[in-house]
Design a protein around this ligand. Structure first.
Ligand SMILES: NC(=O)c1ccc[n+]([C@@H]2O[C@H](COP(=O)([O-])OP(=O)(O)OC[C@H]3O[C@@H](n4cnc5c(N)ncnc54)[C@H](O)[C@@H]3O)[C@@H](O)[C@H]2O)c1
Length: 331
C-alpha cells in the first residue's frame, strides 16, 4: 500500500500529539511541517524526519501532499484550512473550527465546494463508548447532563487572551459542548457565569480569561445540561467526565486518561471500558476517510463543529450580558 503523504501546519503542543499518533502508523509519511517560528519547525521536522517550512503557502506549493493537519491557534485556522480544501487536500483541522462564526462559515463553505474530506479535532466524538451510551439510552428519556472539565493545562499566549482563544469557555469547554450535543441533541438556549478567583495563575501573569466558567444549556429535547470548566494549578488532579441522568439510567462517562462508562441502567450495573484512545481513533478514521474519499466518514464534520462554535458564541454572549441567549439568535 502507498504511504499517504501528510503535512502539519503549526508545530506546537497538539501537533506533538498528532506526530505521536501518525508516527505509529506505517501507512503514513509525515513529509513536511511548518511553523512561523522557524526554529520550532526545524526541531519538529528533525523528530518527524520531514522537511521544515516557516510559510504554509510555500509548503503547499512545493510538497505533493494528500492530507494536511492544521494545528495553529484558532485565529489562524481559516486561511490554511480554506486553501488546503481549495487544493483538494484532505484536512484534519484542530478544534474549535475557528474563533469566529464568519471564519467557520468560510471553512464549511470551502469544504462543501471542494468535496474534500475534512475532520474537526473534537476527538471525544470518537469515544467508542458513545455507541454503548446511545444504545442504553435509546428507549429512555435523558433529563440531565453534567459535564466537568477541571484540571491544569499549558499556558500559551493566545490561550490567555479571550479575543484570540476564547479562554477556558471555548478552548476547553467546547469539547464538552460538542459532547453534550453528541449525547443529548441540539441546544435551544444558553446561560453562563464566570468566577473571578485566579485558580491557576499568579497575579502577575498577563491575560484576561476566567479560570472558572459554568455554562447551562437548555436542550431542544427539554433536557438540561450544565458544564463546569476550571483551570487549576499545575499538579492538581483533573476531573473530566460527563454524568448522564435518564428515566431508568444514571451513568458516568469518564474522559481522560481512561475512558469508562459506569453506573446503573434498568436496575443492572454498567461497567464498560474503551479499548482505543479517541484521539488515535479520530485520526485513524480521518485517514481511512481520506483514502476512501468519503467526507461523511469522519467523526466530526465542519458543519457539525460550526454548530458547537455557535453554542460557545452564545455562551460568550450570555457571559457578557448576563442574559439567557437563544441559539437561533447566533446561528
Ligand atoms: N484536540 C485537543 O484536545 C486539543 C488540545 C490542545 C489544543 N488543541 C487545538 O490545537 C490548536 C493549537 O493548539 P496548541 O495547544 O498546539 O497551541 P501552541 O501554541 O502550542 O501551538 C500552535 C503553533 O502554531 C504556530 N503558528 C501560529 N500561527 C501560525 C501560522 N500562521 N502558520 C504556521 N504556524 C503558526 C505557533 O508558532 C505555534 O508553534 C488550537 O486550535 C487548539 O484549540 C486541541
Amino acid at each position: 500500500m502507498d504511504r499517504i503523504r501528510v503535512g502539519i501546519v503549526g508545530t506546537g503542543w497538539i501537533a506533538r500529539e498528532h506526530l505521536r499518533a501518525l508516527g505509529s502508523l506505517p501507512e503514513v509519511e509525515v513529509a513536511a511541517v511548518c511553523d512561523i517560528e522557524a526554529s520550532r519547525a526545524r526541531a519538529f521536522a528533525a523528530d518527524a524526519g520531514s522537511r521544515a517550512y516557516s510559510d504554509w503557502r510555500e509548503l503547499l506549493d512545493k510538497e505533493d501532499l494528500e492530507a494536511l493537519f492544521v494545528c495553529t491557534p484558532p485565529l489562524h485556522h481559516r486561511e490554511p484550512a480554506v486553501e488546503a480544501l481549495r487544493r483538494g487536500l484532505a484536512l484534519y483541522l484542530e478544534k474549535p473550527i475557528a474563533r469566529s462564526l464568519e471564519d467557520a462559515a468560510a471553512i464549511v463553505q470551502a469544504a462543501d465546494a471542494s468535496g474534500a474530506v475534512c475532520a474537526i479535532g473534537y476527538q471525544w466524538h470518537a469515544v467508542e463508548l458513545l455507541d454503548d451510551l446511545a444504545s442504553i439510552l435509546a428507549d429512555e428519556e435523558t433529563g440531565l447532563l453534567l459535564g466537568t472539565s477541571i484540571g491544569p493545562t499549558a499556558s500559551r499566549p493566545w490561550f490567555l487572551e479571550r479575543v484570540a482563544g476564547g479562554g477556558n469557555l471555548l478552548e476547553r469547554g467546547s469539547h464538552h459542548l460538542d459532547l453534550v450535543r453528541a449525547v443529548g441533541g441540539e441546544v435551544a438556549r444558553v446561560q453562563a457565569a464566570a468566577g473571578h478567583v485566579r485558580l491557576a495563575r499568579s497575579s502577575v501573569e498577563e491575560g484576561d480569561i476566567d479560570d472558572a466558567v459554568s455554562i447551562t444549556l437548555e436542550l431542544t429535547s427539554g433536557a438540561l445540561a450544565t458544564i463546569v470548566v476550571a483551570w487549576t494549578a499545575p499538579g492538581q488532579p483533573g476531573t473530566y467526565a460527563l454524568d448522564v441522568v435518564a428515566s431508568s439510567s444514571t451513568l458516568r462517562l469518564e474522559l481522560d486518561p481512561s475512558f469508562t462508562l459506569t453506573g446503573s441502567s434498568k436496575g443492572q450495573p454498567v461497567s464498560l471500558r474503551a479499548t482505543t484512545h479517541p484521539f488515535d481513533r479520530s485520526v485513524r478514521q480521518f485517514l481511512r476517510a481520506a483514502r476512501e474519499g468519503d467526507p461523511s466518514a469522519v467523526f466530526c464534520a465542519p458543519a457539525n463543529a460550526k454548530v458547537t462554535l455557535s453554542v460557545a458564541v452564545a455562551a460568550e454572549q450570555a457571559l457578557e450580558t448576563g442574559e439567557k441567549v437563544a441559539l437561533k439568535a447566533v446561528l
